[in-house]
Design a protein around this ligand. Structure first.
Ligand code: B12
Length: 322
């Protein structure tokens, strides 16, 4: 039995070598790839996500953890694909076009869905991250998919899924849309006119199969939680130290801490779009080059609670950005 707590810890530390070695050892021990994925990798990554939310980890550490996860997924990939193929579904199950939507560089979940779908016999065309409606259309012209799967991990990019669906509809194209990613829910899927939502890779495959007339759609899943700003009342005269996270010279996030509480604000959509546009202009869209551009600015002090200071700094950045 693998030491999953240790594996989670290695993943958290971004120790790709150990996570990979433990994955190989677990497979040799006869553990199923699904168990390793859920108890060793996804469980570890959810701790990373929580600590990211609470300012214990920042983008560079998360990226290193994500790399460790990818290293282990590379070991599991052939097994997941072969394992699902044994489930008896034919290799002509259907054609699936997958991509992460514009402005969003998260691809771990999408890659997992692609692997599982491939294993279930789908012909998968993965167009990668940060994909516009035009790119989805051009790819659809090429591969003529039955299903288009879109992934989004940011509340600021999930709305772009509707742009893609509307674009295809306006063009009179008939294709099924499946959507997924941590902030996505069935309610959101209904709201934007998608054909279905999958909470994880196996529900995603069930959903795709149901579109192809094989089996039932997965049942509804709970709505994922999104990051929230913590606030607390602080006494008068409280001092806060804050920093701004910049992508090159463009602000992306604010963290502020007083004696009692710590607050993190991800700046809203226009800021994300500005960074995205600059990255596109400079051709810096691959994950490592993109994230290497993030740097925290200097510590600054100001009177007020962390929540008040963070809100004031956000307002100033919004005014400065016009
Ligand atoms: C790893 C990670 C990163 C890595 C991504 C590396 C990579 N190659 O993917 C890096 C460091 C680059 C990153 C950057 C950022 N991130 Co990030 N990141 C994460 C983290 C910790 C894990 C995501 C993950 O891989 N999960 C594991 C996979 C297996 O799960 P999954 O993606 O949900 O996929 C499953 C399902 O959703 C579903 N699914 C997924 N896609 C699809 C598609 C279809 C069709 C279907 C049916 C199903 C389906 O099946 C998958 C498999 O089970 C999350 C926290 C979290 N808990 O989600 C934050 C998180 C998503 N990131 C966040 C933020 C804010 C950012 C940044 C804006 C930070 C910054 N200030 O720069 C940037 C944005 C960059 C960009 N433009 O995209 C926030 C988003 C908050 C919000 N509400 O919008 C989160 C939630 C962290 C947090 N709690 O604050 N991040």
């Amino acid at each position: 039995m693998p030491d999953y707590a240790q594996m989670n810890q290695y993943l958290y530390e971004g120790n790709a070598k150990e996570v990979g070695a433990m994955t190989v050892a677990a497979i040799a021990e006869g553990i199923t790839p699904q168990e390793i994925l859920s108890k060793g990798l996804i469980a570890g990554m959810s701790v990373v996500g929580e600590d990211f939310k609470h300012n214990i980890l920042y983008v560079p550490e998360v990226l290193i953890a994500a790399r460790a996860m990818k290293a282990a997924m590379a070991v599991l990939r052939p097994l997941l694909v072969a394992g699902d193929a044994e489930s008896g579904v034919s290799s002509t199950t259907g054609v699936l076009l997958m991509g992460t939507v514009r402005g969003d560089l998260h691809d771990i979940g999408k890659n997992l869905v692609c692997m599982m779908a491939e294993g279930a016999g789908f012909e998968v065309h993965d167009i990668g991250v940060d994909q516009s409606v035009e790119k989805f259309m051009a790819a659809a012209d090429e591969c003529k998919p039955h299903i288009i799967g879109m992934s989004a991990l940011l509340t600021t990019t999930m709305t772009y899924m509707k742009t893609v669906i509307d674009g295809f509809e306006a063009d009179g194209r008939d294709v099924k849309f499946a959507i997924g990613g941590a902030p996505i829910s069935q309610m959101f899927s209904d709201e934007i006119g998608a054909d279905g939502y999958g909470a994880d890779a196996s529900s995603a495959v069930d959903l795709f199969l149901s579109f192809m007339g094989q089996g039932d759609a997965p049942s509804d899943a709970p709505v994922a939680q999104v990051a929230q700003i913590e606030t607390a009342d602080a006494p008068k005269g409280t001092q806060t130290t804050f920093q701004i996270l910049y992508w090159q010279d463009l602000p992306s996030a604010i963290k502020a801490a007083d004696e009692f509480t710590e607050v993190k604000i991800e700046l809203p959509l226009p800021f994300v779009e500005r960074i995205d546009e600059a990255a596109q202009r400079l051709g810096l869209t691959d994950e490592a080059t993109y994230t290497a551009q993030y740097k925290w600015g200097d510590d600054q002090d100001r009177e007020g609670s962390a929540a008040e200071v963070a809100a004031a700094v956000q307002a100033e950045l919004e005014i400065a950005a016009g």
